[in-house]
Design a protein around this ligand. Structure first.
Ligand code: IPM
Ligand code: MG
Length: 353
């Protein structure tokens, strides 16, 4: 198959981790007889420096015209003082909205080789951690009006039934492909938007009788994720709750550096990115963990290009890398062999066949 992939290297460690993911994609192309072409797209701080805009219109157009987008990370202290509408993160939010990718899928799964890296007690980890957070990505408080007048700042949180319904369906369908348990997370004891959220979820439940729907308040969910993560199969939640809970969920699996994500809308063109940030403090030192990005590329193959065997080959190569005792700095433990970003990529490549 011939695919055109838009590549956003971004800021900080973005270029280093993307480089390793592209080497993996090139090897997959060679092994399976595909052809992947890459279109470079500038976004984030580097686009501000080059074009005076975190996501110029032509760049968004290139991303939308591609078969899918692979993103490293954006942002950094250097751009802290630019106006809020011009921050690197604004580029990312405009990209997500412009692509219409409303459903963000963030797996929290513990690799058996890394169970020691989890900050949770061994008996909790041993029960298994394997759930997915389905996060609404282009609505809610992120996209409401933001304003500061005098000494008062306002951010508006709005959801329509239609917006809740389309993400709700993704939640139910994801649960259907897994263990048929869906937990809808909201704050309906305080927020109107959450009461609407809960109502729509329960209305949808009638269409998915094979899925068990439960409700949980977001503060309780934050607690349950560390107390008893095994109870979760699929969590569906709004934009900001999903942002916060997915960082928490990633940490209990050992390292945020390992977690990929997919974001999809109504077409097969998706956005794939690791859930960690641009880590400017370690940029350029060749010590970043490229695995979250490499696994994001695997998700792209699976969900946007329907290349299941190829995706599985990448995941198996990562697993073999861990089995062989190699670790990047963020997941290093006693007795293991520490490797840098480039070497990590090379070792994963060697395991690909
Ligand atoms: C994430 C990030 C982004 C978000 C930031 C960089 C805007 O934290 O992808 O989780 O809040 O969505
Ligand atoms: Mg986040």
């Amino acid at each position: 198959m011939n695919k055109n992939i838009a590549v956003i290297r971004g800021d900080g460690i973005g270029p280093e981790i993307i480089r390793e993911a592209l080497r993996v994609l090139d090897k997959i192309a060679e092994l399976y007889g595909h052809s992947f072409e890459y279109t470079e797209v500038d976004m984030g701080g580097c686009a501000i420096d080059k074009w005076g805009d975190p996501l110029p219109k032509e760049m968004l157009d290139k991303a939308i015209a591609s078969d899918s987008v692979l993103l490293g990370a954006v942002g950094g202290e250097k751009w802290n003082d630019v106006p809020s509408t011009m921050r690197p993160e604004k580029g990312l939010l405009r990209l997500r909205a412009g692509m219409g990718v409303y459903a963000n899928n963030r797996p929290a799964k513990i690799w058996k080789q890394l169970s020691d890296a989890s900050p949770l007690r061994k008996e909790i980890v041993d029960q298994g951690i394997d759930f997915i957070i389905v996060r609404e990505l282009i609505g809610g408080i992120y996209f409401g009006e933001h304003k500061t007048v005098g000494d008062t700042a306002t951010d508006v949180l709005t959801y329509s039934e239609a917006e809740i319904e389309r993400i709700g369906r993704i939640g139910f369908e994801t649960a259907r492909k897994r263990n048929h348990r869906l937990c809808s997370v909201e704050k309906s004891n305080v927020l109107d938007s959450s009461r609407l959220w809960k109502k729509v979820m329960h209305r949808l439940a009638a269409e998915y009788p094979d899925v068990t729907l439960t409700d949980m308040l977001v503060d309780n969910c934050a607690m349950q994720i560390v107390k008893n993560p095994k109870q979760f199969d699929v969590i569906v939640t709004e934009n900001m709750f999903g942002d916060i809970l997915s960082d928490e969920a990633s940490q209990i699996t050992g390292s945020i550096g390992m977690i990929p994500s997919s974001s999809l809308g109504s077409t097969s063109c998706g956005l794939y990115e690791p859930i960690h940030g641009s880590a400017p403090d370690i940029a350029g030192k060749d010590i970043a963990n490229p695995i979250g990005t490499i696994l994001s590329a695997a998700m792209m193959l699976r969900y946007s290009f329907d290349m299941e065997a190829e995706a599985k080959a990448i995941e198996d190569a990562v697993s073999a890398f861990l089995d062989q005792g190699y670790r990047t700095a963020d997941i290093m433990s006693e007795g293991m062999q520490q490797v840098g970003c480039t070497q990590c990529g090379s070792l994963i490549l060697e395991n690909l066949r």
